[in-house]
Write a protein that binds this ligand. Structure first.
Ligand code: KG4
Ligand code: ZN
Length: 350
């Protein structure tokens, strides 16, 4: 299998990468749009689309040069087709189709969630290529889901958030505490200075059957605490709130993951790997909590390197390799799909 060019533009990262048929990364580049969106306190879809349009061609040119191969040496082009923000998806997928068409290469329209799900199968992420089935806990700014990954295009959604995504909760609480967007990393830093037992925040869904999450009640409880304490909270008091919020999130995630592992064992008795992905997976307290939860269920935790947990094009190129190896490619007529749940993947492919 020849190398595949991957393109990711579903949110606010303009990314390109080249990955070979064995999962080796030949070139990768991620251009974060943080400075474009920071003044607005969140991603502005129109700005995101225009920024992808401005920088994507240069990103692709740069990774092709880094990889040392030419377009005719590629085995295909893979671009994220969904889910995500429509403007960016159109820019990236149409660009990818153009490269494929001009070079007579197959095109793969990648589901962004499947790309996260297949990351542990990249070379070097785990000792031997991660074998199916495994349990994926996807914890990002837009998605919080427990997914049984049984094979390429074979995913079962075991549960997910009923309101906010976990990254969104981190971002909103960070904003309440006066931290800059995106708040997750800043909140983690502040929490390190605080006492996680100083406030007892609610743990929504704890001990409920299944593995759904909910974060909006927790976020509201933090908002009320901040409101009661007044606007000019000193750093120590804000650190205590941050640490207590983070502890509540870790407790909820560990409880939900434990239920997901039980469900996974019900369907796949030999499963023993819990993979965590998405931006929140870079949080050390989350990783440490899940490590213990996994071990106590006879699972081992796989946490890919942080740059592969957050949005990137390496995972998109790799999803392209996995699909092309099976002889699966997509028609250039496939349109971007802003909503595209993972468990409908096979149905879509027909
Ligand atoms: O997966 P990701 O890079 O992008 C998508 O949302 O698809 O995730 C970004 C999210 C943001 O909400 C960010 O605040 C959160 O992940 N995040 C963190 C940390 N690093 C990023 N949340 C908690 N702790 C962190 N260290
Ligand atoms: Zn993502």
């Amino acid at each position: 299998m020849k190398p595949v060019l991957g393109i990711e533009t579903s949110c606010d990262e303009t990314a390109a990468a080249v990955v070979d048929g064995k999962g080796r990364i030949l070139a990768e580049s991620v251009l974060s749009q943080l400075s474009e969106h920071a003044p607005f306190g969140g991603v502005v879809p129109e700005i995101a689309a225009r920024t992808h349009l401005r920088y994507l061609a240069e990103q692709v040119r740069s990774v092709m040069e880094q990889s040392g191969i030419g377009f005719p040496d590629l085995g295909g082009v893979a671009a994220t087709l969904g889910p995500g923000l429509i403007g960016g998806l159109v820019v990236g997928s149409q660009f990818g189709k153009g490269v494929a068409l001009a070079n007579r290469l197959p095109f793969v329209g990648v589901n962004h969630l499947e790309a996260h799900a297949l990351t542990p199968r990249l070379r070097g992420v785990v000792k031997n290529e991660a074998a199916f089935p495994y349990l994926l806990l996807l914890l990002s700014g837009g998605h919080s889901q427990c997914i049984a990954v049984a094979g390429i295009g074979q995913h079962v959604r075991l549960g997910g958030t009923v309101d906010d995504a976990v990254g969104e909760a981190f971002d909103k609480v960070a904003k309440l505490l006066g931290l800059e967007w995106p708040g997750g990393p800043a909140l983690e830093k502040l929490a390190a200075e605080g006492n996680p037992a100083s406030h007892v925040f609610p743990r929504p869904m704890m001990r409920r059957p299944g593995c759904d999450f909910s974060f909006s009640g927790l976020k509201t409880a933090v908002a009320q605490t901040v409101l009661r304490a007044g606007l000019n909270l000193e750093r120590g008091a804000r650190a205590d709130i941050a640490a207590s919020f983070q502890q509540a999130v870790v407790d909820v995630l560990c409880d939900r993951a434990a239920h997901a592992m039980d469900l996974m064992r019900g369907g796949f008795p030999d499963a023993d790997m819990l993979v965590v992905a998405g931006g929140v997976a870079s949080n050390a307290a989350v990783r440490a909590g899940l490590f213990v939860a996994a071990a106590s269920h006879g699972f081992h935790l796989v946490a890919p390197p942080i740059r592969l947990c957050t949005d990137n094009a390496v995972m998109v190129a790799w999803a392209g390799v996995e699909r092309l190896r099976l002889g699966w490619s997509d028609s250039l007529e496939q349109s971007a799909r802003p909503r595209w749940p993972l468990d409908t993947l096979e149905a879509v492919l027909g």
